[in-house]
Write a protein that binds this ligand. Structure first.
Ligand code: ZN
Length: 372
């Protein structure tokens, strides 16, 4: 389970830190204060390494926030809704409400990220020139921040999804082909290939006895790989489900059962005869709950005669409902978000049908097999 804390808000965007950020913040501060600065600038008092280390580390994360904020501000300018920015172990993520609507929007949103890091790098580099002969600790601090922001900028220019460069690549291919799914696949394959190279290079470093840098490379590669694959899957799913409505997926011909019905009878008389996977449970013409094939399968066969529907059904209070007009993406989000297997499709007081998670997944599988 992921935990994150809200630390404030900027331009109406919520700024959060993920629990994993604490680890990386502690690590970066430690590495700067007891390895990096002492090696390059020997002779400072011990407390000074720590103060400069903490300040550098804070400014480093402020730079990452600046990078994400630039993405978000451009997105908002384009009319997108940005919910929050979360800082976590490998930088930051800005959470947008949906996928970008056009290649141009995607391009400009992605491109400003590396650009902002380069500008921040330039700013610290200019400051470092000023401090060079005036104050060694401040020179060390600004020089490091200039360098690290340059690295962040260059890293994000790598043309593989989910890096900014990969999004730029996706926008260009999208513009040329007019196909968001195909361009995401190409950018994602590029991302996974680059991730693979990172991992190979990491393994090479480990064998060359640069174990720490090697492990770090493998970790970054693994992270890029999973993010690239996940990003592609999300786009494909959203694309497949966006023009499907709950009413197209639901079963209208549903039969209702009573809560006192034993499972064995439900199986023999209803599930097998009707070949229906889920039944609404009604009590005196009122919706009481829902029972699905998956609920039945969870009960051992030997208990089918003694267990009654009411004991294992999803009761009304826990029931999620959807409207007939809800689109496939929001239906699936509801099913997975609440971790339920079925939802009644309801308009007002009237139940119009029921919809199982398997209906959505079957449709996804069918469309994936047909490539449509
Ligand atoms: Zn970025």
């Amino acid at each position: 389970m992921r935990t994150s804390w809200r630390i404030g808000s900027l331009f109406g965007i919520e700024i959060r830190i993920d629990s994993s950020w604490i680890i990386i913040f502690t690590f970066v501060t430690w590495a700067l204060s007891s390895v990096y600065f002492p090696n390059r600038f020997p002779g400072w008092p011990q407390w000074q390494y720590w103060i400069i280390g903490v300040v550098t580390s804070l400014l480093f994360f402020a730079s990452v926030l600046g990078h994400e904020l630039t993405h978000s501000l451009v997105a908002m300018r384009q009319g997108e809704e940005v919910r929050s920015i979360t800082l976590f172990i490998l930088g930051g993520v800005a959470e947008l409400k949906g996928e970008p609507e056009s290649p141009f929007k995607e391009f400009s949103m992605a491109f400003v990220g590396p650009l902002s890091s380069m500008i921040i790098a330039l700013f610290f580099w200019a400051l470092s020139l000023i401090f060079r002969d005036l104050n060694q600790p401040l020179w060390a601090l600004t020089r490091y921040l200039g360098l690290i922001n340059l690295i962040i900028g260059i890293f994000n220019l790598i043309p593989g999804f989910p890096m900014d460069g990969g999004r730029v690549l996706r926008a260009i291919i999208w513009k040329v082909t007019g196909n968001l799914r195909r361009s995401t696949r190409i950018a994602s394959v590029a991302g996974q290939t680059i991730a693979f190279l990172f991992i190979m290079f990491g393994i090479f470093l480990i064998f060359s006895r640069a174990i720490f840098n090697g492990l770090w490379m493998v970790f970054i590669g693994w992270f890029i790989h999973s993010a690239a694959a996940r990003g592609y899957k999300q786009v494909v799913m959203k694309d497949m489900l966006k023009d499907i409505r709950a009413r197209d997926l639901m079963n209208r011909e549903f039969e209702t059962v009573s809560r006192d019905l034993p499972l064995q009878e439900l199986i023999d008389e209803h599930i097998l005869k009707r070949r229906q996977r889920a039944f609404l449970v009604f009590d005196r013409n009122q919706l009481d709950g829902i029972i699905c094939l998956d609920d039945v399968k969870a009960v051992p066969r030997g208990k089918w005669t003694t267990t009654r529907v009411g004991e294992i059904m999803t009761p009304k209070e826990k029931l999620e409902t959807v409207f007939p007009e809800d689109d496939g993406t929001s239906v699936l989000a509801k099913l997975t978000g609440k971790n339920v297997n079925q939802v009644p499709v309801v308009r007002g007081e009237k139940v119009e049908g029921i919809l199982c998670r398997s209906d959505v997944l079957e449709l996804l599988q069918l469309r994936a097999e047909l490539g449509v």
